[in-house]
Design a protein around this ligand. Structure first.
Ligand code: ATP
Ligand code: MG
Length: 139
């Protein structure tokens, strides 16, 4: 089934100039880039986006990281996009991520892990409209 998922190239990867390599990899792996924009997130936007983690000990650090520089927000589309993107990303901790995954290649720690991806259909249905309006997704 064709699905959409939200990917974020996080501030660490943008800073290290990995954005082009990551976008090229998405296309190589068969994802279509359906919408894309670079943004500096506000603290409120980052807090709202990661609200499910509000009670976690790393929440304030995560929010500070996500507002530490611009991010690239991307809507990707393909068959089975959500799970396939999670596989391509690799484990949250780059040290535990499979070889050749985005986090193994471009992440440096469990926090500075280069990319985000929606983890379920329900999450994608919250995350895509959080950053993209209907007109930005036409086509
Ligand atoms: P994401 O939601 O960004 O795709 P994920 O689903 O693999 O990542 P989550 O458990 O949702 O992992 O954690 C969200 C983000 O919080 C992680 O990607 C990472 O940046 C940060 N994070 C997770 N666990 C830790 C931790 N133990 N210490 C510091 N930061 C963490
Ligand atoms: Mg997550």
């Amino acid at each position: 089934m064709t699905e959409k998922t939200l990917a974020i190239i996080k501030p660490d990867a943008v800073r290290k100039k990995f954005s082009g390599a990551i976008l090229a990899r998405y296309e190589k792996e068969g994802f279509r880039i359906r919408a894309i924009k670079m943004r500096a997130l506000s603290k409120a936007e980052a807090e709202g986006f990661y609200a499910v983690h509000r009670e976690r000990p790393f929440f304030s650090s995560l929010v500070s990281f996500m507002v530490s520089g611009p991010v690239i927000l991307v809507v990707l589309e393909k068959d089975n996009a959500i799970l396939d993107h999670r596989t391509l990303m690799g484990a949250t901790d780059p040290a535990k991520a499979e070889k050749e995954t985005l986090r193994a290649l471009y992440g440096e720690s469990i926090e500075y892990n280069a990319v985000h991806g929606s983890d379920s259909g329900e999450t994608a249905a919250f995350e895509i409209p959080y950053f993209f309006s209907t007109v930005e997704l036409i086509g």
